[in-house]
Ligand binder design. Structure first.
Ligand code: SF4
Length: 232
């Protein structure tokens, strides 16, 4: 289970408090009853949004949180998603959202290894769903983790131009974090967005460019090219 670090630490802190633990249990119970992966992902996103509303509407946030549209620092970091969220992102691609497959392959080759990810040049670390104006192309269906990120202090703390992010203080989104833990607990697989998305695209063979993803993977990891008629 690749539970995002912040959600995991919130869970460790609050797992003995019934009010919070019941949130994780409710999520697990509901997700086990929903058959469609897209519906499961959207169920979690709606819950996270509802809990975030309580937190992000606090008047002090305007004063202390510098996050604003066009700031893309956290879209150059490693984002973890569940298999359901990866399906939802792949569905957006099937419905016409365009991404840069070369960048996806470069990022996916880092797998879940954050030190390998931060060795990738900054421009190539840009999330494949970030557009040229710094907006998220899948905003409505963006992963849970992207919904909870709000830093307290200076925006410059989030910069990763020269390597991994330093220590930052995030707005506490405890109920959303407990929801996220529930979703990762139920997930069959989870991992970084590029790795999970590449996997789904390959499995579904959903786009013409899958072939070029494979070639790029082979080149990056130094594997001999696989003949076209052999499935990876
Ligand atoms: S999915 Fe959207 S919000 Fe999340 S990292 Fe990518 S561009 Fe940013």
């Amino acid at each position: 289970m690749n539970v995002p670090a912040i959600a995991k630490s919130t869970f460790e802190l609050l797992k003995n408090q019934p009010e919070f633990m019941s949130i994780t249990q409710t999520v697990v119970e509901h997700l086990n009853k929903i058959k469609s992966s897209l519906e499961r992902a959207r169920f979690v996103h709606n819950m996270v949004d509802e809990y975030n509303k309580e937190v992000f509407s606090h008047p002090l946030l305007k004063q202390f949180v510098p996050c604003k549209s066009g700031c893309t620092a956290c879209c150059h970091t490693q984002v973890s998603v569940t298999d359901d969220e990866a399906d939802l992102l792949a569905d957006n691609i099937s419905n016409g959202i365009e991404i840069n497959y070369e960048r996806l392959a470069i990022q996916a080759a880092a797998g879940n290894d954050s030190s390998a990810f931060y060795k990738i040049p900054y421009q190539d670390r840009k999330c494949v769903f970030l557009d040229e104006n710094g907006a998220c192309k899948v905003y409505k269906d963006r992963p849970s983790v992207c919904r909870t990120n709000a830093v307290v202090g200076e925006a410059s703390q989030c910069a990763t131009d020269n390597g991994p992010q330093g220590a930052i203080r995030l707005v506490k989104t405890s109920k959303s974090d407990m929801t996220i833990v529930g979703s990762f607990a139920v997930a069959t697989t989870s991992g970084t967005l590029p790795m999970m998305l590449s996997k789904v695209l390959k499995e579904k063979n959903a786009v013409e460019n899958v072939g070029s993803i494979r070639t790029l993977f082979d080149r990056i990891i130094g594997r001999k090219s696989v003949p076209k008629d052999i499935e990876l």
